[in-house]
Design a protein around this ligand. Sequence first.
Ligand code: KG4
Ligand code: ZN
Length: 333
Amino acid sequence: METSCDETAAAVLRDGREVVSSVVSSQIALHAEHGGVVPDLAARAHLEAIGPVVVEALSALEDGWDGIDAVAVTRGPGLAGCLLVGVLYAQGAALGRGVPMVGVSHMAGHVYSAWLSDPTLEPPYLALVVSGGHSDVVELRGHGDARRLVSTRDDAAGEAFDKAARLLGLAYPGGPAIERAARGGDPSRFPLPNTRLDDALSFSGLKTALRYTVRDLGEGSLTDDGTPSDPVVVADLAAAFQATVVSQLLHALTTIADRSGAERIAVVGGVAANQALREAVTEHFAGLPVSIPPLSLCTDNAAMIGAAGWHRLAIHGADASGILVDPVLDEYA
Ligand code: KG4
Ligand code: ZN
């Protein structure tokens, strides 16, 4: 089960790697009018959705709950009120059914989404983890053993996409909106700065440059909201922004891959749904096996939590009941 942010999700896995069912109930429509996730609304929506979503996931099994041997649930990082809904539901279910329960890191879930979707992938592998809250390069050295090699100094890649979309007057969530707007745009018309740090990522300079570029278009070219009124300008700025983020991510991944001698590469998290990023990484590492999950396993889902939970249960055993939620959990396996 997964309820860390704005998707309520449940999945049934067999032996950790076979997805029997995966159900995701998105709250995008609920939060879109606010331009971002509203924590209280999200928690309440999880409360309404978690029961039906679990029932739907279980309907893939002939014997429903009787076919379940263990429960895995996201315990962090994420919004406290949202995490509590999933964790309390999972604990109640595990207690009622008499099966073990394990609390899983959402980030470990993303790292394991590559292992789940690619039957040939085994650790060690290097994962570029790019989501709404994180931009990291993580090495999964063995099951249950991960270390972060690179992280962002400020915004996460997905957060940068979301903020840039707002500056351009595009809908939430910003990543898919920028990707759509960028199609046919000219990435070279508005040059944006490309921040390249050796051991970190940073997107705040890029975001500020985009803000000034929009402002400098002049009032006559802006809507009342201060966003560009010409769709061609929006397309060109979206294309420039996307190309710059992709180039920064590729630079960080390449630098660390060379330094660590990585033999397998994965790209995971919501931003891994971006076609330009997928193509750039696949092209650049043409000689190495590159695993990028299908879109449904890039954005938040419960199947990846089941895969990470499968290993966690095998390595560390079940969690005792108690308050497992940790909104700032910093774990990748
Ligand atoms: O992993 P995820 O679903 O949730 C978190 O754990 O945060 O990632 C959500 C983030 C959002 O910031 C969203 O704008 C971004 O992923 N995203 C994308 C695309 N699809 C989702 N960013 C760029 N291009 C996309 N196609
Ligand atoms: Zn996520």
